[in-house]
Design a binder for this molecule. Sequence first.
Ligand code: HEC
Length: 126
Amino acid sequence: MKRLHALLLILFVATTTGCYYDTEEKLYPQISTGCNLTDVTFSGTVSPILQASCYTCHSNSNAASSGDGIRLQNYSDVLVQVKNGKLMGSVKHAGGFSAMPKGGGKLTDCEISQLQKWIDNNTPNN
Ligand code: HEC
């Protein structure tokens, strides 16, 4: 009888812990992490991030007075800061760059990943 209990226990552990490797994160990356890296666009992703965290100083109208003349509103202006490496350097708080947003909290890991994804996709103007 004891042996049967032991056997049942082993069977139970084996079937419930199992060997199932299709974890939720792997099957549904954007649902479980909440970070959408598949539909990253300039208008729908990049612009809203910059608008929320950077326009107070870097919009077309505020750049001269508060953003050291750096504009992050129009696609072509954002591209300049991508190509010189300063956009990602500043939001990642990398050495040698001014940490951005200035005086505010760092962007979330998801936002930084989305900006990086857009750059990796060759900065489409979409
Ligand atoms: C409160 C105002 C303010 C906010 C908000 C702000 N910036 Fe800045 N930013 C500045 C100023 C001022 C400078 C000039 C350098 C300095 O003073 O550190 C600057 C410089 C920069 C530079 C050049 C960095 C370098 O190392 O040369 C980049 C790129 C930049 N900002 C991007 C951003 C991005 C992206 C955001 C939003 C995530 C942002 N900034 C938010 C004020 C701001």
